[in-house]
Write a protein that binds this ligand. Structure first.
Ligand SMILES: [Zn+2]
Length: 901
């Protein structure tokens, strides 16, 4: 899944979340895992789709699990929000005394010792399902979301990932209401029932899978078709289903799918395994997309694109998410997870794979910068706050709360570190072994690591701590040079700060890629005193403190450490401002060259923040501007990369750097000040970049043109930072003449921070043009929510009453409330607490129908303890108000409790 359970694994298959006499939700522990008492070999579903009463008849072939420790005589199936009609056991209808139901399960008493057949008929109400888990309706389309535990909202089942079954699904519906009927696998039969106006389709999936990968869809959809021929010459039909009228917005998604299929064959030797691959785009979806076997369901914002409606960033996201879900076919579906604690096994690995895909297709340096930005912005604060948890959590109350940046992004970093250590070729060999050994299995992190250790002859015992230890390791490095002996000593220490529930941390095995730059900027040869080999500039930090002595170092070097961000750590190193300028101009590692610029900017930003807070003026920043100029003028560097260099660290970056007693207003002021300084110092360069990088000809979403637009639009934004009238007019003109959504949005992103006519008229114009397009209008909501106006909370409050806004639509919530809470630090953290109150109100309301979305939204408070005391108090008041509510969902209960703890 692209970023969103609960399970009592230790006694049986039921999910009794609430004890009878204690209403606090139960915690599930990894250490309590036991295999299921029973297995299900085949599932035959007969589904009659109806908006308010969908009938599901499920025939299950059940047998005792030989691996189970005990042989109970009862079978406990998970089920939620279901209306039970009847139950047959081996063809005999059970009387009501034959089973017991609770809110969360169905217990069948006295089942046979050997295999048996169970047939259960239930009803569910898709129309009323606003949690968007299980079977629901979105704009008259029936669709499902079963990860992590939605299948139990369709039928009673052993809803856990280690119960794998083969599914046959027969769907029936009114022909007009749902002319298209889809499920996993291959289509084997269709037909009409003329007398009733209904029709049916039968789908068979030959690959055993857990219930979370089940999907079915029904509705008035149209399809865009293409084919792909696999490496072994098999033809696969590719179908993208969208609402009528959207067919002309699928070309990029289809192209991205074909690129993904080809890349996985070439890079990992993985072929697709069914006759058909289908994607369905729906407008209400809790997550980005879902990798159901052969039938991916996507949030339509990650499928639909035309140059007039989608930005370069949208195009890039579509390409990456299509790839991510497609890659799950092997990492997730063919090899699945034993239990939900192993989520990183499929997610971390698949994120790593989609990052590699983007790196191979686009620019590796730019992709690495954007991945690290994402990690630092979302995962580092998680690791440093009350919600910190290991990449493989030890416990949870609600698994939906663990679709986190830690599991996904840090999980991907662990795969990347392994690849860095063993090399790409060996990593591929290890992956081949993993697929060969575990195809059809529900595997664990240990299974994965064992394959790598075996195939590459690498000792990964200490490395395993990365999976169980939460927190971001802090590395302090210092280099000292001895001219007489021509040696350089690199001393490195590592500390991982305490996190909730983990006070004592052990040293990790940290791969550090480095270079030593000589006076002319070239990398010096690396020789360690103990003559151990350094391949690819990689050293291994294993102890709390270690010194690496480099010999034959002819002149004092400047160290470039953690090249390519070789480990997800916070690095402090004794570099002077001159060293940073030197690295910005010379580092052969493009990631570190960018990092040097960011570190340099952060020094100015933190000292300016402190100055403003004291009522003083900051010192001039011309040294930083001139260092930046050298990179901007370097035509050998691609535009997309130069655009990244030109983007200053975000306000969140500055807050993280300062670490405590944060005043978001001073940070904002400091960043605006530095932007204006750069703008003034580099005015003619920026105007030049703006003019040269206009991409001529028709719009192409490919990386090269997108890079030029990125550089041009970054220059445009910086130019306007002084507030000079001509520069603001340039932004308005850019909006007026823009021929694609990328340029329109770039202008609006500047204008949203400005008060007055140009801003108002551009937003009004945009609304008039796009009010009928539900996706484009989300951008209009989001940009206003991100405004640094003092009145942002009031503006968001007003927009939340707009007729096009709905708290029931996750995309709208993310666009308006989510953008405000996560991307508007001054608005959300406004000193009077209005931002906190607004978000808390929305969270409480959404929690009554969609707990996944309410819990995720509350995550915006994860760094509240870093704030200055007055804001902390206001944030605490908002959080406490939520915690005092009686009927909180399990999801929200867990997040609010941990956030306050
Ligand atoms: Zn995923």
């Amino acid at each position: 899944m692209e970023t969103g359970s609960k399970q009592r694994l230790h006694t049986n298959n039921s999910a009794l979340y609430y004890l009878m006499d204690d209403l606090s939700p139960q915690t599930i522990y990894l250490k309590d895992y036991t295999p299921s008492d029973y297995l299900i070999d085949t599932v035959s579903l007969d589904v009659n789709l109806h908006p308010t009463a969908t009938r599901v008849r499920s025939r299950l072939e059940v047998r005792p699990n030989p691996a189970a420790a005990r042989r109970p005589s009862t079978l406990v199936l998970d089920g939620e929000a279901l209306k039970l009609d009847e139950v047959y056991l081996d063809g005999r209808k059970l009387s009501v005394s034959g089973y017991t139901r609770t809110e969360n399960d169905l217990t069948i008493h006295s089942v046979p010792d050997g295999p048996f057949e169970l047939e259960i008929t239930t009803y569910c109400n898709p129309e009323a399902n606003k949690a968007l888990s299980g079977l629901y309706r979105t704009r008259d389309i029936f669709c499902t979301q079963c990860e992590a535990q939605g299948f139990r909202r369709i039928t009673y089942f052993l809803d856990r990932p280690d119960v794998l079954a083969r599914y046959t699904t027969r769907l029936q519906a009114d022909k007009e209401m749902a002319p298209v009927l889809l499920a996993n696998g291959n289509l084997i039969e269709t037909g009409q029932n003329d007398h009733s106006g209904t029709h049916f389709a039968v789908w068979e999936d030959p690959h055993p899978k857990p219930g979370y990968l089940f999907a079915m869809v029904g509705g008035a959809l149209v399809r865009v078709a293409d084919t792909f021929t696999t490496l072994s010459g098999r033809k696969v039909d590719l179908h993208i289903y969208v609402e009528p009228g959207e067919e002309n917005r699928c070309a990029w998604a289809m192209e991205s799918l074909k690129r993904s299929m080809k890349w996985d064959e070439e890079r990992f030797g993985r072929e697709y395994d069914l006759d058909m691959f289908m994607i369905v785009a729906v407008s209400d979806f809790n997550m980005g997309a879902m990798e159901n076997k052969g039938l991916n369901v996507f949030n339509d914002k990650l499928i639909l694109a035309r140059p007039e409606t989608a930005t370069d960033a949208d195009y890039a996201a579509i390409e990456a998410v299509i790839a991510h879900e497609y890659f799950h076919n092997w990492t997730g579906n063919r090899v699945t997870c034993r239990d939900w604690f192993q989520l990183c096994l499929k997610e971390g690995l698949t994120v790593y794979r989609d990052q590699e895909f983007t790196s191979d297709l686009r620019s590796r340096a730019v992709e690495r910068i954007s991945d690290v930005r994402m990690l630092k912005t979302h995962q580092f604060p998680e690791d440093g706050g009350p919600l910190a948890h290991p990449v493989r959590p030890q416990s949870y109350i609600e698994i939906n709360n663990f679709y986190t940046a830690t599991v996904y992004e840090k999980g991907a970093e662990l795969c990347r570190m392994i690849e860095t250590m063993v090399g790409r070729k060996s990593f591929r060999a290890a992956m081949d072994l993993y697929f060969e050994r575990h195809d059809g299995d529900a595997a664990t992190v240990e299974d994965f690591i064992a394959c790598i250790a075996e195939a590459t002859q690498t000792d990964l015992d200490q490395f395993m701590r990365w999976y169980s230890q939460a927190g971001t390791p802090e590395i302090v490095a210092s280099l000292s040079y001895n001219a007489r002996d021509k040696v350089a000593d690199l001393s490195i220490s590592q500390v991982t700060p305490a996190t909730p529930g983990q006070t004592k941390k052990q040293p990790l095995h940290i791969p550090i890629k480095l270079g030593l730059l000589g006076p002319n900027g070239d990398d010096l040869p690396l020789r360690l005193e103990d003559e151990s080999n350094i391949t690819n500039g990689l050293i291994h930090l294993r102890d709390a403190e270690q010194t690496f002595r480099f010999t034959d170092v002819s002149s004092p070097p400047v160290p470039s450490l953690l090249r390519g961000f070789s480990a997800p750590v916070k690095l402090t190193v004794n570099l002077s401002e001159r060293d940073l300028e030197f690295l910005m101009a010379n580092d052969s590692d493009l990631f570190n060259r960018w990092q040097a610029g960011q570190s340099y900017a952060l020094r100015f930003l933190t000292s300016a923040t402190a100055a403003f807070r004291k009522g003083e003026e900051p010192a001039a920043a011309s040294a930083y501007a001139s260092a930046l100029a050298a990179t901007l003028r370097d035509e050998t560097l691609e535009p997309a990369y130069r655009a990244e260099v030109l983007k200053l660290p975000s306000e969140t970056d500055v807050a993280r750097e300062i670490g405590s007693n944060i005043d978001p207003d001073s940070i904002h002021r400091a960043r605006e000040w530095l932007r204006a300084e750069v703008s003034r110092e580099l005015h003619s360069d920026l105007v030049g970049l703006y003019e040269i990088n206009a991409a001529p000809g028709p719009y192409s979403p490919e990386a090269e043109d997108a890079g030029k637009r990125a550089l041009r639009n970054t220059a445009l934004s910086l130019l306007a930072a002084t507030g000079d009238e001509r520069d603001v007019m340039r932004v308005s003109a850019h909006y007026d003449t823009a021929k694609n959504m990328t340029d329109k949005i770039a202008s609006l992103a500047v204008l949203t921070h400005l008060e007055g006519k140009p801003s108002e008229s551009a937003f009004d114009d945009f609304f008039e043009q796009w009010k009928d397009d539900h996706l484009v209008i989300d951008k209009w909501f989001a940009l206003q929510a991100m405004s640094s106006h003092g009145a942002a909370p009031e503006r968001v409050e007003t927009l939340s009453k707009h007729p096009l806004f709905s708290l029931k639509a996750p995309n709208k919530v993310r666009a308006l409330i989510g953008a405000f809470a996560n991307m508007n630090p001054t608005g959300f953290n406004r000193a009077d607490g209005a931002g906190y109150k607004l978000v808390a109100d929305a969270v409480l309301e959404i929690d009554t129908f969609n707990p996944q979305i309410s819990a995720r939204l509350l995550g915006a408070f994860k760094s509240w303890r870093m704030l200055e005391p007055a804001r902390q108090e206001k944030a605490e008041t908002a959080l406490k108000r939520i915690s005092l509510y009686d009927n909180l969902s399990r999801d929200l209960f867990e997040i609010v409790t941990k956030t306050l703890d």
